[in-house]
Design a protein around this ligand. Structure first.
Ligand SMILES: [Zn+2]
Length: 144
């Protein structure tokens, strides 16, 4: 084999490996986002309550706090009464600025003060883990 053929073969191999890696990354990202999107404003509010988090802005003391939300239209779910597609609402999540990793610890949920703009950050991992514990507890109750 001459040098050029070896080079080409190596290049093709690396390209294939990179492609595989990219696809695995994308799948992991999708799975992670699905988990993050399970947290609705109600679940997040229950979490904050359970953890005894402050209900006042830590900067100005205002009680006018807001949790940014997002919504997606469900593809396979329609409202039984209206026949309209169901919109699934969830707490908007943010990726930490510098992070290139894709774990729950690299995302956060936010609470924003409508008076002064002070923003509190909650690591997604804590919220998701708490939610999973709650789900397990409910399943345990039902099993009895
Ligand atoms: Zn404030």
């Amino acid at each position: 084999m001459d040098e050029k053929l070896v080079e080409q073969a190596l290049e093709a191999y690396l390209k294939k490996e990179n492609h595989k890696k990219e696809r695995a990354n994308k799948e992991a990202q999708k799975k992670l986002e699905k988990t993050l999107k399970e947290i609705t404003t109600e679940i997040f509010a229950s979490f904050l309550l359970a953890k005894n988090a402050s209900r006042h802005c830590l900067s100005c003391g205002s009680v006018k706090l807001r949790v940014p939300e997002r919504g997606i239209i469900s593809r396979d779910e329609v409202d039984g009464e209206t026949g309209e597609p169901v919109i699934h609402r969830y707490v908007k999540f943010y990726k930490l600025g510098q992070s290139t990793r894709n774990t729950l610890s690299d995302y956060e949920y936010r609470v924003i003060c409508l008076n002064c703009g002070h923003t509190s950050l909650y690591r997604s991992r804590n919220v998701v883990r708490w939610h999973e514990q709650q789900k397990r507890a409910i399943q345990g109750d039902n099993a009895e």
